[in-house]
Ligand binder design. Structure first.
Ligand code: GLC
Length: 742
């Protein structure tokens, strides 16, 4: 319930409209409702005399073509578009969003609506009985967020658990779904924000709240969760195609301590015939943790090392942290100080804080001038052949200050809207990743950048993929990575994944085998572990585990054409790569509760083993389809649980009837090889179709139409192919059909 200090916006005193924007002058503030599309409205509210400048880091689209809307005023004000009926009561002002047919989707809670308490802004919203919540970005904890409280405040917490309310990323985008009613709310406020999603005694309302700033939210209505997610992507943008090699297996450790160690790891992969594309340099490659340098003793010839790796088919990715060692003999620090690129204390003088290098200064990434300065430093790395950048510690983590980050009063530019860390904290990492992406693009304009980031805000998909930070080598963290990445995928970030094997603590052979099996089906597939932990490369636990890892890493590569299709879908339509069951089967009520399985694209159902000792598991096969066991080719009807056998070398995997899965022969790395022979793995159903997307795997030419789409249909034992886009010369010389119905 609202406390007595809460002041609601009150009754409308006057109102007017200009075009598709309605402005309400109320007793205790102003409210503005803007019609952006048939199914997208924006609501702003402020207590100040006027709204602040219209600026957002998350929003990619600010100009919307005019929508046809009927606006009427009588006892209430109504807005009617093709998709929405918005009703605004006058005394007090409350907003209700209904579908065009009158079905109410969501509304302000009648008693309180929107308003303020101290500096805080808040929206009380009606909660209905069968409403479920998803999205909310990167969160551990329950899959359906209903009944939980979640906090958006980017936090470096290597000990986070299932119950942690805030971790590395803040995406305050809420998806609500119940039979026949779907909507989304993107609450665009970068201050510390909290969603109380019904953790209230009466369960009749939920609360969205930020520590300060305006109320500024977007309401997305849709006929499905898909449409809601697409609406959000229209606003915040879509990801780019990554370089194709980024879909390969990646190996990391904090740290491979020398060039010799990196080469040894690389040679082991090739000797053992375990496919791998990327090896990482964690912080110890640097000279005293100074970013954009190399340790002259342990990495004396980085260019040569990277060339040698390249000849073996590996790419190298290096870590970069935001903390710049406060050392005036060091070029990055000196130059940045001379040019005024670092954050200052409110009373003047550089703000300093401790991270890996000891005392550091911190670039103000919310200043465009600073981003432009930071980008070109990456040239030092690209010039010796580094293929991608790993942006870490960018919440930012600052160890010697309360809360593990910088004080809230540190001034920032916020792209020309001077403010303090209180408002910029959640977009600090976003803007570091952005500086990196823009820097890489400026240096290599037609080469797809590969950037990974730990911290982020809504809209990050335009600049970087996200990995879920420091998890632990625990079975429950393997389990939580599924709902965590599913919700992150629904929140506009399809390219995501967790450290395979777990970061903190010591992995075991069985856990590594099971995690590698699962990880092979996540969009991002990287094994990583912390300093002083047990070795975690695929061969670290003996032959048996190594064989399991090889089998699944190899399967990942065989599925490359299918995976690449999914990255194309994510780029073109903002479709998640890993999908909850309800994405494909919204009418199967059971699928909404399933958080220990996921769909990879429309066709593959992945059911990882999440318990030690388990040698079988129950798998739910969604209704409205038949399913083939990938291993035995046995056919099952949907809408039931089956018990799938799962000896250590088997991950339960099912294929939706009617699918054609494009695959390739096993390969050791993706590199730049084109795939000459495609295997079409056919799982007949009533209608059996599939497709193949191809482009050059590395440039942005696909944006200008340089890609090919080949569609397949299978009927009566015959394959029909049909090229629907031919902008890129297909590399495929041969299709080999594998009919699995026999
Ligand atoms: C952070 C990162 C982790 C990395 C470590 C050392 O904890 O999350 O992945 O290995 O720093 O750089």
């Amino acid at each position: 319930m609202a406390s007595s200090q809460f002041q609601s916006v009150g009754a409308i005193k006057t109102w007017h409209k200009s075009g598709n924007v309605l402005d309400f002058d109320c007793e205790h503030g102003r409210v503005r409702v803007a019609i952006l599309r048939d199914g997208i409205m924006r609501v702003r509210a402020t207590r100040a005399r006027d709204f602040g400048p219209d600026f957002s880091y998350a929003v990619a689209k600010t100009k919307w073509p005019k929508v046809k809307a009927a606006i009427r005023s009588g006892k209430v004000v109504t807005i009617r578009t093709k998709k929405l009926l918005v009703t605004i009561t006058k005394a007090p002002l409350r907003i209700e969003f209904a579908r065009a047919d009158g079905t109410v989707l969501n509304s302000d809670e009648r008693a309180h609506g929107m308003g303020w308490e101290g500096k805080k802004c808040r929206s009380y919203r009606q909660l209905v009985a069968d409403e479920m919540f998803f999205g909310c970005g990167e969160k551990t904890g329950q899959f359906n967020k209903r009944g939980s409280k979640t906090v958006f405040w980017n936090t470096d917490d290597p000990n986070h658990t299932y119950l942690s309310e805030a971790i590395y990323v803040s995406i305050p985008f809420l998806i609500s779904t119940r039979p026949g009613a779907h909507y989304g709310i993107f609450w665009d406020n970068t201050h510390r924000t909290q969603f109380n999603l019904g953790q209230v005694a009466d369960e009749k309302h939920y609360i969205l709240e930020s520590d300060a700033g305006e109320i500024d939210y977007y309401f997305f209505a849709g006929d499905s969760v898909r449409e809601v997610v697409r609406g959000y992507a229209r606003l915040t943008g879509r990801m780019w195609m990554p370089p194709q090699w980024a879909l390969g297996y990646q190996q990391c450790r904090w740290s491979y301590m020398s060039a010799a160690e990196i080469m040894d790891v690389a040679r082991n992969f090739r000797k053992r015939k375990i496919p791998c594309d990327v090896i990482y340099c964690d912080i110890d490659y640097m000279d005293g943790y100074r970013v954009f340098t190399w340790n002259p003793k342990t990495f004396p010839k980085p260019r040569k090392m990277i060339q040698d790796l390249g000849r073996m088919g590996f790419k190298l990715v290096t870590i970069i942290d935001p903390g710049v060692k406060n050392d005036n003999k060091y070029a990055v620090c000196r130059d940045g100080r001379e040019k005024g690129m670092f954050l200052k204390k409110p009373e003047g003088g550089w703000f300093t804080g401790n991270v890996w290098p000891g005392e550091c200064v911190f670039p103000d990434f919310t200043n465009p001038r600073v981003r432009e300065w930071w980008g070109p430093w990456h040239k030092k790395l690209l010039d010796v052949g580094v293929a991608g950048i790993w942006n870490d510690m960018n919440e930012p983590a600052v160890w010697n200050h309360p809360g593990g980050t910088m004080p809230l009063d540190i001034p920032h530019d916020y792209d020309g809207h001077p403010t303090t860390h209180e408002r910029t904290h959640n977009v600090y990492g976003f803007n570091m990743a952005r500086a990196c992406h823009e820097g890489l693009r400026a240096l290599r304009p037609n080469q797809r950048p590969f950037a990974i980031t730990r911290s982020a805000y809504a809209g990050i998909q335009r600049y970087s993929m996200v990995w879920t930070g420091d998890n632990q080598s625990l079975w429950e963290q393997l389990a939580v990575s599924i709902p965590e990445c599913l919700n992150l995928s629904l929140s506009g970030v399809p390219f995501c994944g967790s450290d395979v094997g777990g970061f903190g603590g010591n992995c075991t052979g069985e856990l590594l085998a099971r995690w590698t099996q699962a990880g092979a089906f996540f969009p991002f597939f990287r094994n990583h572990t912390a300093l002083h932990t047990r070795r975690q490369e695929p061969w670290a636990f003996g032959r048996k585990v190594e064989n399991v890892c090889r089998r699944y890493i190899s399967l990942r590569y065989q599925l490359l054409p299918y995976f690449y299709n999914l990255f194309h879908e994510a780029t073109a339509n903002a479709t998640p790569i890993m999908r909850p069951l309800f994405w494909e089967f919204p009418n199967d009520p059971h699928g909404y509760a399933v958080d220990d399985q996921f769909l990879l694209g429309a066709s593959l159902l992945v059911a990882p083993i999440l318990k030690p000792g388990a040698r079988q598991r129950a798998v739910y096969l969604p209704d409205a389809s038949d399913w083939y066991d990938y291993w035995t080719k046995q056919k099952h009807t949907g809408g039931q649980y089956v018990t799938a056998p799962a000896p250590l070398d088997t991950l339960p995997l099912f294929v939706r009837a009617g699918s054609i899965i494009p695959m390739t022969k096993p390969m050791e790395f993706i590199g730049r090889k084109s795939i000459g022979e495609i295997i079409l793995d056919i799982y007949p159903g009533t209608k059996t179709t599939g497709y193949l997307y191809e482009d050059d795997g590395e440039s942005f030419d696909y944006e200008r139409g340089a890609y090919t789409l080949t569609h397949f249909a299978w009927a009566n034992g015959k394959l029909k192919t049909d090229k629907q886009k031919t902008g890129y010369k297909s590399a495929v010389k041969k299709y080999r059909v594998r009919d699995n119905s026999a």
